[in-house]
Write a protein that binds this ligand. Structure first.
Ligand SMILES: NC(=O)c1ccc[n+]([C@@H]2O[C@H](COP(=O)([O-])OP(=O)(O)OC[C@H]3O[C@@H](n4cnc5c(N)ncnc54)[C@H](OP(=O)(O)O)[C@@H]3O)[C@@H](O)[C@H]2O)c1
Length: 253
């Protein structure tokens, strides 16, 4: 199946490692031009260099999503540099943590406002596309009780509701909005590698809850994001796609 991604223009936040990196790689390998950001200059440069092998436009920038002004300026500049924007993937998260209000504000500003501000800044460009697509990255920790009553879980849940309601208003202008909610995903340099080192019991009990007996991979999430972002998913709007190998136990009607 041809996903129809060749020549499309994608903007992805947080694409130097993990899920975001695989999304960027996969979209580039399908022929998309890419603009991405992250905070560490060295990793932005390394990622941009590595992705040049796909022979598409690659623009990496050092941007902190929490810096609202710089973030908005980067998004608008990226759409201009690419010559438009067909796909927006706000992938950055502040991650989990139980540091009281500090965690709540961090997740609010980075996970939620990073996504809201991104959609608002890029909507004019997305509406110019012949099929704009936004894919939010939430988590299964938003849909089932997980670990602790963390800001991360609750704020990621807010993203799912926002995506659904936004999708009702944007499709009239040919912009679809969907969410992908991954279960635990293991990769080198990622949070589950850290958890494995710091708390092997938690890591092992999480793997034991996986029907497959293993963690998911960034590639397995990226493939679902690429489909939802593509013209091949033209009639998919407002869904929350759980990508967890059956990790969550609820029955989803
Ligand atoms: N890993 C999992 O098990 C899992 C499970 C469910 C959902 N998710 C979700 O998937 C998404 C990606 O997570 P991940 O675990 O693959 O990767 P990650 O380790 O959270 O890193 C993601 C990327 O974001 C960049 N980044 C982080 N904070 C940033 C900021 N404030 N401004 C700009 N860039 C920033 C990082 O580079 P710099 O550090 O250089 O900025 C990196 O390129 C997140 O939304 C996460 O909540 C992950």
């Amino acid at each position: 199946m041809d996903l129809g991604l060749r020549g499309r223009k994608a903007i992805i936040t947080g694409a130097t490692r993990g899920i975001g990196r695989r999304i960027a790689d996969l979209l580039a390998s399908e022929g998309c031009d890419i603009a991405f950001c992250a905070r560490k200059a060295e990793q932005v440069a390394e990622t941009a260099r590595d992705m040049e092998r796909h022979r598409v436009q690659i623009h990496g920038s050092v941007v902190h999503v929490r810096d609202a002004e710089a973030y908005k300026a980067w998004l608008e500049g990226a759409a201009e540099t690419l010559g438009g924007c067909d796909i927006f993937i706000p992938n950055v998260s502040a991650g989990g943590g139980m540091e009281g209000e500090k965690s709540w504000y961090r997740n609010f500003e980075i996970d939620l406002m990073g996504t809201v501000r991104g959609c608002e800044a890029l909507m004019p460009a997305l509406e110019e596309s012949d099929g704009g697509a936004i894919v939010f990255i939430s988590t299964t920790a938003a849909v089932e009780t997980f670990l602790a009553p963390m800001a991360y879980n609750a704020i990621k849940a807010a993203l799912i509701t926002y995506a659904k309601q936004l999708s009702q208003t944007t499709f009239r202008n040919n912009v679809r909005v969907n969410t992908v909610s991954p279960g635990p995903i293991y990769f080198e340099g990622g949070s589950w590698e850290q958890i494995r080192a710091d708390n092997e019991r938690l890591y092992n009990s999480t793997v034991a809850q996986q029907p497959s007996g293993r963690m998911g991979t960034p590639e397995e999430v990226a493939r679902c994001v690429a489909f939802l972002a593509s013209p091949a998913a033209s009639w998919v709007n407002g869904v929350n796609l759980i990508v967890d190998g059956g990790f969550t136990k609820r029955v989803q009607f």
